[in-house]
Write a protein that binds this ligand. Structure first.
Ligand code: C2E
Ligand code: CA
Ligand code: CA
Ligand code: CA
Length: 274
């Protein structure tokens, strides 16, 4: 039985050439996907917990590949970062998100995910300003969601670009808060407008220790004047806890799953304009 197992292992040993080829094929498909208009944005509503109203939506990228089917961002964003495609792709997303939000009631915000590589590319602030001008969306309606890898960057260029945009009224949200190495340090290094508590905390919110951490993050936000948004809210019990603790915003399947622009437009069109 032992030698059989050994043979099986050898049989299934990953073939490096095949892996390299698969990766190259993915890179080539990704490269072609932008000119072929295979990308789309879905939008997920964000709710103010106290009022129960939708206050905006987050744009989430989808790749409709003719050969691979629907590919989720977790399966292509990293490769797009490694090849540099994330720069033009991110620019496209910014424009698409802003032109979509231009048709929403004007009180509603649009949140767009931005990768570290995109901001490091140099022309980032300019491309944001151009997306706003092109769409006619006011700067204070746009929220850029960054992770701490962005703030980890040593170069001044990144902080300068973020500061320039913030001065124009663009909001900066720290995404996946709590999952990194020193999230608190980054709050001192760069003043953000919002923190988004990672959904792994919300999932375990019924555990005593996790509840204490979430409560602390909410209190921290209140003390610093930073909006706190809870991600991945799926149950009434989770929302009740967050409401009780004074969390400002919630996002998750309980409030609404990501949906295409037309569906989101219908949902937001019926929202009370402010
Ligand atoms: P994220 O920014 O943390 O986005 C939230 C993810 O959680 C989304 O996954 C969303 O569909 C999912 N989600 C929302 N509510 C719930 C819930 O109640 N339960 C659970 N289990 N999941 C929920 P998605 O759309 O697959 O995106 C994954 C990640 O890909 C995003 O995480 C973000 O880091 C990245 N991403 C998406 N769009 C873009 C983009 O345009 N640019 C960049 N650079 N990254 C993007
Ligand atoms: Ca996000
Ligand atoms: Ca997140
Ligand atoms: Ca995430």
């Amino acid at each position: 039985a032992k030698s059989e197992g050994h043979n099986l292992y050898r049989f299934f040993e990953p073939d490096m050439d095949a892996m390299v080829l698969a990766r190259r094929a993915l890179e080539a498909d990704l490269e072609a996907a932008l000119p072929h208009r295979e990308f789309e944005l879905d939008f997920q509503p964000i709710m103010n917990i106290a009022s129960g109203e939708v206050v905006g939506a987050e744009a989430l990228m989808r790749w409709h590949s003719p050969t691979r089917g629907l590919v989720q961002p977790d399966d292509f964003i990293r490769v797009a970062e490694e090849t540099g495609l994330v720069v033009p792709l991110g620019e496209w997303a910014l424009r698409k998100a802003c032109t979509t939000a231009a048709r929403w009631p004007s009180g509603l915000r649009i949140a767009v995910n931005v990768s570290a590589m995109q901001i490091r590319s140099g022309a980032f602030a300019r491309s944001v300003i151009s997306a706003l001008a092109y769409s006619g969306v006011a700067a204070d309606r746009l929220e850029l969601e960054i992770t701490e890898t962005v703030l980890m960057d040593e170069s001044d260029m990144v902080l300068k670009a973020l500061r320039q945009l913030r001065d124009l009224g663009v909001r900066i949200a720290l995404d996946d808060f709590g999952t990194g190495y020193s999230s608190l340090g980054y709050l001192r290094r760069f003043p953000v407008d919002k923190i988004k508590i990672d959904r792994s905390f919300i999932r375990d919110i019924d555990k005593r220790d996790t509840a204490a951490i979430v409560r602390t993050i909410i209190g921290l936000g209140a003390q610093l004047g930073i909006t706190v948004t809870a991600e991945g809210v799926e149950t009434d019990a989770q929302l009740d806890f967050l409401r009780q603790e004074g969390c400002v915003e919630a996002q998750g399947y309980l409030i609404g799953a990501p949906s295409n622009a037309a569906t989101m437009q219908r949902l937001l069109g019926s929202a009370t304009p402010r």
